[in-house]
Structures are given as C-alpha cells and as structure tokens.
Design a protein around this ligand. Sequence first.
Ligand SMILES: [Zn+2]
Length: 220
Amino acid sequence: MNLKARYCRKHTPKSVRLRSIFNRIINALKDNGDELNHNWEVVVVDKPKVSNAFCLPGGKIVIFSGILKHLKSDAEIATVIGHEVGHSVARHSAEHITSYLWLDISKFILRRFVMRDIANRISKKLLELPLSRRMEKEADYIGMMLMASAGYDPRVAPKVFESDGGDEYSEYFSTHPCGKKRAQLLSQPKVMEEALRIYSTRMMGERSCDRVAGRRGRDY
Ligand SMILES: [Zn+2]
C-alpha cells in the first residue's frame, strides 16, 4: 500500500470527525481575531498503529489515526488538537525548527506521495526534537483556552494529560513533559477558572442562539 492510500480520504467518518473538531477550534481562534494568516489545515494520516500528532509551520497539523484509539470523546480529541494549534499560534514550530531542518522536511513533503513510510519518517524526525518545556506549557495553556472557546469542556484537558502513563500513549507523550505536572498546571484554580469562564460564555451564547432558533421555529 502506498502512502497516498494511507491519507484518510476527506469523507471517511474518522476524518470528518477530526476535521470538524479542528474547524471548531480554528473558528474560535478566528472569532477571537487571532487567525494569524496561517493556512490552517489538518492532515489526517490513516495509520492505526501510530498514536501521534504534531504541528508544522504555517498552521499545518498532522494527526495519525491511531490516536483515536486513546481519545474517545470529542473534548479529549480537542485537547490534543488544541495543544497542537497552540504550538502554531505561539509560532513554536518556526521558533524550533531550524531552516536546515525545514528544508529537509520540505523535501519529505514533496516526496510524500512516492515514498512508502514518509509520514512515519517525518514524525520520527520531529519526535527526535522535543520542544522545550516552556513551549509545551504555553501550548497546553493556549490549547485549553481554545478548546473552551470552541465549546469543549476544559476540565477534560488535565485528565487527558494525566493519563499519559503506560505504553499506549507513549508515542505522543514521549516528547512531552511529565503528564502529572502538566495536569497540575492546567488545574491551577486561576487557570481553570479562566478556561471555565470562556467555556460558559460560549455555552451561554449557544443556548441563546438555540432559543432564538426555537422561537423562530414556533413562528413558522
Ligand atoms: Zn507539544
């Protein structure tokens, strides 16, 4: 099977679900006026044995389908997508990836449809270069605020990071700081209260839209 076949077609249920979560997060970002002129795109790679996700410069988020085995709810998926979008928002990838490596990656991308295990190689290349703890903390914070403003319960985020133990998650979490520490930082009252305030504002907005729609419905 060549790699082309491994890219999820845009209309498979898995791909549609991931894209809709990604789009909600990007729309929340745009609503806040933080679009950043990125060409936001999520690339879903259908590799059930790879549980990973990472960001590339310019707003490209790569997600391997294996991560869906561990992330059951939309809010759990939004935690990981929010984190990766957070890296992009903070321009960590540009900060982190040297121009030499970027050249290397560009070559990989150009050849992605002819080389068999290219997705894996890109992943490995990036995984060998963990981002700094400061960047991870920033991406966690931005990601949790983004998921909240997209209407996903931010209380889920620390739980996702807390459950990083064991082999199952090891791929994604091998390059990330200790999950317990990350969960603690996100659970700090000041941080979580801010996220919950954003979340409830969003949910109140949705409820009032529903009420308006309901009223209109009765009018007809
Ligand atoms: Zn990260």
